[in-house]
Design a protein around this ligand. Structure first.
Ligand code: ARG
Ligand code: ASP
Length: 736
């Protein structure tokens, strides 16, 4: 009887999968394909809008109210006057840049009380998607059978560049062709970037980062991770550099803000710019990630963070200077740990192996498939094994070498030196010298040499122990004799000496003295040249340039060669998987382009007997208060509001909701993205995921993956009751 039932259930299920196609809440869907693949499924789950309301090229749609913020985050328009919400942690470095120890907006928060108090942020941009198109056939038409991977890449690059240029001729738009499904498909994105984006408001760090690193990547959460900015435009509403004459941008579309009740099970969407996922990797790649790459990154960052902590605890100015940088390093340090735990928990490697077994059976069942994909998996396995040591080298180089401040500095200086070795026109050189002098000034303003040295002791050791060949014989000898002393000596020369060198350079540029040869037919006296470039006799300079050069010579080429091979094999594998799993609807990996995820508000059960509900409240926040722990301080004003229950219109059942979780597939880059209800109204701002759930970057498990959002009602409560900036709320369209 039971058996009979399960058989019928199976048959039924096979049938319904075919009908509805999309399963669970996995997927970061491409806006232009929503009508084709997702609309029916989304509506069956509660969506009241059409796909065309979400993405349209013919009229204003929700996509016109979503922007990529500062390159790496998302944000949403919430008023007709260019006001946007993003996360606190996305705006944090801007808040920091306006802060001093006397006027510390990180500690106190910042609230513009009128337009003239909004603070401009050089370099900060927001980007709109104007439209996208599938250009696969045009892009691939110049890819011919038998081309090597490099030839293929070159052909695609050339066609892409031509197309990008043509698509936006005579407009202020930009165009970019991006690969999807590992290079099986190509879409072009036409975008518009605004460059005058001003800080309007940010809560104090004790709200914006409440719970700090302890609560980061964790649920239950009580963080008010939001900030407000405003986009400015020229008099024609077009992008313009900062000018006091610019006007608030008038959006085509902005989100209504919903104060309606939220319940477990409610349909939700996240509309943002997820950065990178790798859902179609093989078991070999996942194994390498879990067993080698993540642990290596974790161990390097652990030491780096410990050194920074010591310096920050010792000096308040250092603490302020390093605030954002430290948070960034620690953020991914903790993510790598969660990802490893999560991937083990969902048996990612075994599940991939199982899939590969089925895939191989499917291949072997058919002669033409067998010939087409012959040897694909064994070849992937072999190539990943060859790739491992070089990948480790590159991870070390990126995490332990180029992250040292003096290395960044010397590398930038080396560019100048190289120019000089080659010989350079006086005008060009003077522009370069000016740029560099500016860079040096800002570099030395915050340079902490003793901190850099302490980090170097750990990091340089880690990289040399793994790749001794990056040193010259002479360097190796000295290093072996006393590695600590060797590293310390690198810091004994004064980097500031290079400032003097630039002074000399300036003199050279200005002098009318005889310049050296190398002008190739040009007026000789116009070319400045120096045999050794600059800094050639400086120890640190020598060290950085030999390590860089040897790394580029011995490690990097092998890495690149194998990486290209893996790209090609993975592209074929992704295609083969799509042929194999015909009843699965595939979505492309995240690649920093606009995507929609949908799911519902729901809790989860991470461990035996542990069950999480999906909402937190201000009562839970107060319960976490700890005046002796800097991560859990509750600002006095917030406590006062809590004690008086002064919640105004934001009260829900005698408390204020703070955060909620839902099963929307998200990743880094989705921070700041709007979280929307069935009518496309704003109910929260996405900012994080649960720890184990970060494994969804590689394998999504519906039981485990949750995104974390600040409840919009908490955001409004803080703006109104805590900051006294009700005028901002009056600017929004609130629906009840
Ligand atoms: N983990 C979230 C993300 O990846 C939030 C990070 C900001 N919060 C923090 N405590 N560092 O960006
Ligand atoms: N906190 C991430 C971000 O900054 C979002 C995530 O990884 O879930 O984009």
């Amino acid at each position: 009887m039971a058996k009979d039932f399960s058989l019928r259930f199976l048959l039924l299920c096979a049938f319904c999968v075919k009908l509805t196609v999309a399963v669970a809440d996995e997927g970061m869907w491409v806006p232009m394909f929503l009508a084709k693949y997702n609309e029916a499924d989304m509506q069956s789950k509660g969506l009241k809008l059409s796909a065309d309301d979400i993405y349209s090229v013919n009229h204003a749609s929700l996509k016109d109210a979503v922007v990529q913020f500062g390159g790496g985050c998302s944000a949403e328009l919430i008023s007709g006057e260019g006001l946007i919400f993003t996360n606190y942690h996305c705006g944090r470095s801007r808040v920091q840049s306006h802060s001093t120890l006397e006027q510390n907006y990180i500690e106190k928060g910042y609230w513009a009380m009128n337009r003239s108090e909004e603070l401009s942020n050089p370099g900060l941009t927001v980007t709109f998607l104007v439209r996208m198109e599938d250009v696969t056939s045009e892009i691939l038409k110049n890819v011919l059978p038998g081309m090597t991977e490099v030839e293929r890449y070159t052909a695609i690059d050339k066609t892409s560049k031509q197309m990008e240029k043509k698509m936006v001729e005579d407009t202020h738009y930009e165009a970019k062709v991006k690969e999807f499904f590992g290079g099986n498909e190509y879409y072009i994105f036409i975008t518009e970037t605004y460059k005058d984006v001003r800080l309007v408001g940010a809560p104090p760090v004790s709200i914006g980062e409440f719970g700090g690193d302890t609560d980061n990547w964790m649920w239950p959460r009580h963080t008010g991770d939001f900030s407000l900015f405003r986009i400015y435009a020229d008099s024609l509403n077009n992008p313009a550099e900062y000018s006091p004459n610019n006007k608030p941008y008038k959006p085509k579309k902005y989100f209504e803000v919903s104060m309606k009740e939220l319940k477990e099970g409610d349909f939700t969407m996240v509309f943002g710019f997820p950065g990178r996922t790798q859902e179609y990797l093989t078991s070999y790649a996942v194994k390498q990630l879990v067993e080698e790459e993540d642990p290596l990154k974790i161990s390097i960052r652990e030491k780096r963070l410990a050194v920074m902590e010591k310096a920050m605890d010792a000096d308040p100015q250092t603490k302020l200077n390093l605030h954002s940088k430290y948070a960034g390093i620690k953020n991914y340090y903790k993510k790598f740990i969660g990802e490893s735990i999560g991937l083990k928990k969902v048996d990612a490697v075994q599940r991939k192996q199982e899939l590969e077994k089925q895939f191989t059976e499917w291949l072997n069942a058919n002669e033409s498939r067998k010939t087409k994909y012959t040897n694909l998996l064994p070849e992937l396995e072999k190539t990943y094994a060859e790739f491992a040591p070089y990948n480790k080298g590159v991870v070390l180089y990126n995490e332990a070498f180029t992250t040292l401040d003096f290395v960044t500095y010397v590398n930038s200086f080396a560019k100048l030196s190289d120019l000089l070795k080659k010989g350079v026109k006086r005008e060009v050189l003077s522009v370069e010298v000016e740029k560099h002098t500016k860079y040096m000034r800002s570099f030395f303003k915050n340079y902490n040499q003793s901190l850099d040295l302490e980090s170097a002791k750990h990091q340089i050791k880690a990289i040399i122990n793994y790749m001794p060949e990056i040193l010259t014989e002479k360097q190796k000898k000295k290093y072996r004799k006393d590695n600590e002393k060797y590293i310390t000596t690198l810091f004994s020369g004064d980097l500031l000496d290079s400032l003097k060198s630039v002074a000399t350079l300036n003199a050279l540029i200005e002098s009318e003295g005889p310049a050296q040869e190398g002008g190739g037919g040009k007026n000789k006296s116009d070319i400045v040249k120096s045999e050794n470039g600059f800094g050639a006799y400086d120890l640190a300079f020598q060290f950085v340039s030999t390590v860089t050069q040897n790394f580029k010579e011995y490690v990097y080429p092998n890495y690149v060669k194998l990486d290209i091979k893996l790209d090609s094999l993975n592209r074929i594998y992704t295609q083969a998987l799509r042929e194999f799993q015909t009843d699965k609807l595939f979505y492309p990996d995240a690649n920093s382009t606009l995507r929609l995820s949908y799911g519902k508000i729901e809790g989860y059960a991470p461990n035996d007997s542990v069950v999480y509900t999906p909402f937190t409240t201000i009562d839970g926040l107060i319960a976490k208060e700890n005046p002796n722990d800097k991560e859990f301080i509750v600002p006095a004003k917030l406590k006062e509001l809590y004690e008086k229950k002064d919640y105004g219109q934001y009260a829900v059942n005698g408390t204020v909701p703070v955060c909620f979780i839902a099963s929307n597939h998200s990743t880094g880059g989705n921070s700041g993205a709007p979280v929307l209800n069935t009518q496309g109204q704003l109910i929260g701002t996405n900012f994080d995921r649960n720890w184990e759930g970060t494994a969804a970057d590689v394998m999504y498990d519906p039981a485990m993956a949750r995104n974390i959002s600040v409840d919009i009602r908490y955001t409004l409560f803080i703006i109104d009751k805590f900051a006294g900036a009700k005028y901002l709320i009056d600017e929004m369209t609130i629906v009840r």
